[in-house]
Design a protein around this ligand. Structure first.
Ligand code: NAP
Length: 481
């Protein structure tokens, strides 16, 4: 059966052209879909359509825009099982993980649909007689949304839903490695009757489309999630035009394990944070910083637990870990495992490409644990974005916190302890935007702000009430009566 072609969506029309393949990373013989390779001209046309659509869309009452989002959520909900299976086929994460993500995308649409009826502003008394003063939020205008492959549904949802409900129009550029999940959201926007030009979708190479998006005259803001390298480039280019910019980028997230932790829970949380979703979460644990007193016992327990993980095709029941997203990421994982082997000795478990039965057609790597990793080593400092865990020794809590903070990144962090004072020390002093306690470092919800600090992020936070900051401008009004 020949693969379906998924066209770009510009000004309410499905636009054709040359295509590229989206292949299943667990079974590279399967083409999940063919996607139209958008051009710079397509991006320009999409931004212009979004500009034309802006006055009518931003002029709608916000609750009416919210009603469209409720419809999008209902459409996605009806296709729930299909969308989850498609996500596993295009991204490789296991079916339960994909179901969790699709559910999250649906919930995000419902959450922001409700925000249409809130959209808070400020009202405060004037010092002057009979002056009424207040500040309202207005849409920024045409926004560009650039998304990565690792959360191919949730990230497009958490950018597009607030953009729309707050009255903006959008051009969405999905990751080339997993463009289908975002396409399904755009299809749902079309089916929900969102007017032409409000939502536009252009797939294709980021290297070609990114510059076109930044240069598109109608664009006022760009929200990006992806690598630090591309984010840094975008920051430089966008600031030349004074575009509003939001960047969510890489991490090297620690989990600190103290001797007083609930031991089995801590083991579970580190393994979950490091290896689930194949370590391909921006919030994944890549450093376990373990207090000296329990280090050896904890390392042994981690290895024993990791032995039980099943790597395979995420559609198969019982599989815990899927493949790397593509050949390039697989090679990155293996390159860092080689570097780690030179620096710290061979991994205590895993680290090899899996071959043979069921593995030959995919990008599978056995989850790797390196022991006695020192702070200066590459595998303790650089983001790998694969199932590779560096286990590090710390003398005590203070030493663990120092090691945890001694990197340029600041996305997420986790602490495993039963000591409440340590929890508060960590909450105040850990340099990261997302903190967990007695949970894995990954696994966030949509109702609170999302984002990092230091080199991991730039600009206003995403999600929850924070999304208002990026997707609106503030207008202050003084009125004498
Ligand atoms: P990436 O290579 O930076 O790509 C992200 C997006 O940017 C893709 O749509 C990509 O398009 C596009 N892009 C590439 N070059 C561009 C350019 N010159 N201008 C504009 N856009 C361009 O990142 P990735 O490999 O997809 O994702 C992995 C990275 O994302 C990791 O570093 C991870 O930590 C980070 N991440 C961060 C968060 C967070 O919230 N902090 C969440 C998820 C992932 P193509 O696909 O066509 O190249």
């Amino acid at each position: 059966m020949s693969a379906q072609t998924f066209r770009n969506y510009i000004n309410g029309e499905w636009a054709g052209g040359d295509t590229f393949e989206n292949r299943n990373p667990a079974d590279t013989g399967e083409v999940v879909g063919l996607f139209v390779r958008g051009s710079a001209q397509d991006v320009k046309a999409a931004a212009e359509a979004a500009e034309v659509a802006l006055p009518a869309w931003s002029g709608l009452p916000a609750p009416a825009r919210g009603n469209f989002l409720f419809k999008v959520a209902d459409i996605l909900d009806r296709k729930f099982e299909q969308l989850a299976a498609e996500m596993t086929r295009e991204e490789g994460k296991t079916l339960p993980e994909a179901k969790g993500e699709v559910r999250r995308a649906i919930n995000i649409f419902r959450y922001f649909a409700g925000e249409g009826a809130r959209m808070p502003g400020f009202l405060t008394p004037s010092e002057r007689d009979r002056v009424h003063m207040f500040a309202i939020r207005r849409p920024v205008g045409v926004v560009g949304l650039i998304t990565p492959w690792n959360f191919p549904s949730a990230i497009p949802a958490w950018k597009l839903a607030p953009a729309l409900v707050y009255g903006n129009t959008a051009v969405l550029k999905p990751a080339s490695a997993a463009p289908l999940s975002a396409w399904r959201i755009v299809e749902a926007c079309h089916e929900a009757g969102i007017p032409n030009g409000v939502v536009n979708y252009v797939a294709g190479s980021g290297g070609d489309l990114g510059p076109a998006l930044i240069e598109a005259a109608p664009l006022r803001a760009v929200s990006f999630t992806g690598s630090c390298e591309v984010g840094t480039w975008l920051h430089r280019e966008a600031s030349k035009r004074r575009l509003k910019i939001q960047l969510e980028m890489g991490g090297k997230n620690p989990t600190i394990v103290l001797a007083d932790a609930d031991f089995p829970l801590a083991v579970e949380n580190v393994v979950n944070g490091a290896f689930f979703s194949t370590g391909q979460k921006c919030t994944a644990t890549s450093r376990a910083i373990v207090e000296e007193r329990i280090y050896d016992k904890f390392l042994d327990a981690l290895i024993e637990r990791t032995k039980k993980l099943r790597v395979g095709n995420g559609l198969e029941p019982g599989v815990d870990i899927g493949p790397a997203i593509d050949q390039a990421q697989l090679e990155t994982d293996l390159k860092y495992i080689e570097i780690g082997t030179k620096e710290a000795g061979p991994p205590r478990i895993g680290g090899n490409r899996l071959t043979g039965d069921g593995y030959d057609k995919g990008y599978f790597v056995a989850p790797a644990i390196f022991a006695d990793v020192a702070e200066h080593m590459t595998i303790a400092r650089e983001e790998i974005f694969g199932p590779v865990l560096a286990v590090m020794r710390a003398r005590d809590f203070e030493d663990a916190l120092r090691i945890a903070n001694n990197i340029p990144f600041g996305l997420s962090a986790s602490l495993q302890t039963t000591n409440v004072s340590r929890v508060f020390e960590y909450v105040h002093r850990m340099q990261a935007g997302l903190l967990t306690v007695n949970l894995p470092s990954a696994g966030v919800e949509y109702q609170l702000p999302f984002g990092g600090t230091k080199d991991s992020s730039f600009g206003p936070k995403e999600q929850g009430p924070a999304a208002l900051e990026f997707y609106t401008d503030c207008k202050t009004v003084y009125l004498k009566y």
